[in-house]
Design a protein around this ligand. Structure first.
Ligand code: AMP
Ligand code: GLY
Length: 436
């Protein structure tokens, strides 16, 4: 069959590489894709939110399956658009409806959902401009640090964690009264601070049945030792060594099952990925307990670049079962190796960054996978940077140190002016591997 994948990042290159391996896929289109995805299929110059163009392309090219990479088209209702069009409604589209995508599109919706279905999460209250004064009073009842979250999508920037009460009150005012994050901060969620270690768990669901994909940890800050500005993600490791069987059982029983049951009770059609952003918090006995920090309705980036290479099953077969509601009839085969991904970024990232630096050395990479995130071919036919996150290098090994070493050695071989990467990805997890 013909498959269309929407998106253009490292996540999509990693997904494209797996889809292209499927025995069920004869042609893969990627829209808009990047210089890397063109090795897995045909790049099509279409915007992921241009539903009209996407629909026409799907019909004209007899595409049978559409896999949605990023959240924006899901929140904007691409799945509903397909369902409502008689010529598109039988196309298998992997991603939830707009209502389901509210799990990511509205923090308030997600928190209310978790409370209603007893899913462990930080306690919270939501405020608007009309209730600003109450919000400021509520902050006085909490202890530092204070967690303020813009309700809507704010390109990963809408969360503030502040130590000072006065600053928190001022920021709340700026978000609610001065539209600090535009419309996204018309409503603000204030929540209890959770102290622990973050990790991501991914679920593929057909709305009834589910498969839990391998856990991963990403590294969000630009600087080594988790310092400096937030980024889209500077690397990832899968699996997370402390997410052992006992921990994952808690995730399944307390979070995955109630989430899917909750979606069913709310009559929300959900065929796609659920990304659980979790905090592992130590209880009084010293055991780790999972809490949901956030839901996303897609795979993570750069988590996908370490999770997808570990999937041995045919992903198109899994997607077909996701559409048909028969996910329970398929096994999920996972490679036992540890994957480590190191992201290489452009000069200036995550602030305004340079584009167009020529990339060299890819031919020297040995024994790692290379996924493109922000690359393009320039007018001279050379590979050049075109985004902040440019290329990621993923290695699979029997051990975490082995995977990390291989990725770092190969990262060093890829060069452009101003290229940067963190050398400490995964170092914080080594203490857990020694114990296991
Ligand atoms: P979010 O966009 O909700 O994932 O938040 C961005 C980041 O803020 C998370 O990845 C966490 O590092 C941090 N964060 C969010 N909520 C909390 C919380 N309740 N307690 C501690 N840290 C948090
Ligand atoms: N790596 C975090 C995200 O994709 O949102």
């Amino acid at each position: 069959m013909k498959v269309l994948l929407l998106g253009s990042g490292g996540r999509e290159h990693a997904m494209a590489a797996k889809i292209a391996q499927s025995k069920l896929c004869d042609t893969l289109y990627i829209a808009p894709g990047n210089a890397g995805t063109s090795a897995c299929g045909v790049n099509i110059n279409m915007k992921v939110t241009d539903f009209n163009a996407i629909g026409k392309f799907v019909i004209a090219n007899e595409v049978k399956m559409v896999v949605v990479g990023p959240e924006a088209p899901l929140v904007a209702g691409i799945t509903d658009y397909f369902a409502e069009d008689s010529a598109l409604k039988n196309v298998m589209i992997i991603g939830p409806t707009a209502q389901g995508a509210q799990l990511e599109g509205s923090k308030d919706f997600a928190k209310e959902f978790m409370n209603k279905y007893g899913i462990p999460t930080a306690s919270h209250r939501t405020f608007t401009e009309q209730t600003l004064k109450e919000g400021q009073k509520y902050l006085e009842t909490l202890n530092a640090p204070y967690v303020l979250k813009a309700d809507g999508l704010a390109a990963g920037k809408g969360v503030l964690i502040l130590d000072d009460l006065q600053e928190a009150k001022n920021e709340l005012k700026q978000m609610l009264s001065d539209a600090k994050f535009g419309e996204a901060s018309n409503r603000v969620v204030i929540e209890q601070y959770l102290s622990g270690i973050e990790l991501s768990v991914f679920v593929l669901t057909d709305g009834k049945h589910y498969k839990i994909l391998p856990s991963a940890k990403d590294y969000k800050r630009i600087g080594e030792g988790d310092t400096g500005l937030n980024t889209g993600g500077m690397g990832s490791v899968s699996p997370v060594p402390f997410a052992d069987k006992a921990f994952m059982q808690k995730v399944e029983q307390r979070i995955v099952i109630p989430t899917i049951k909750g979606l069913q009770k709310e009559n929300i059609q959900y065929k796609g990925f659920i990304f659980l952003g979790l905090m592992a918090v130590k209880n009084e006995e010293g055991e780790l307990e999972p809490y949901v920090i956030e839901y996303n309705v897609r795979m993570g980036d750069p988590e996908t670049e370490s999770v997808f290479p570990r999937i041995k099953s045919d992903v198109v077969e899994l997607f077909e079962a996701t559409w048909d509601g028969t996910l329970n009839q398929l096994p999920l085969d996972i490679d036992n190796h540890t994957a480590a991904c190191v992201m290489l970024t452009a000069h200036g990232y995550p602030e305004s960054y340079r584009k167009g630096d020529v990339i060299r050395g890819l031919e020297d990479v040995k024994g790692s996978l290379v996924f493109h995130a922000g690359t393009q071919i320039n007018s001279k036919g050379e590979l050049a940077t075109s985004g902040g996150r440019v290329i990621c290098v993923t290695s699979l090994s029997d051990t975490l140190p082995g995977a990390l070493l291989n990725s770092l050695q190969n990262a060093e071989r890829i060069k452009w002016s101003g290229r940067y990467y963190r050398r400490d990805i995964g170092q914080d997890l080594l203490k857990f591997t020694l114990n296991s």
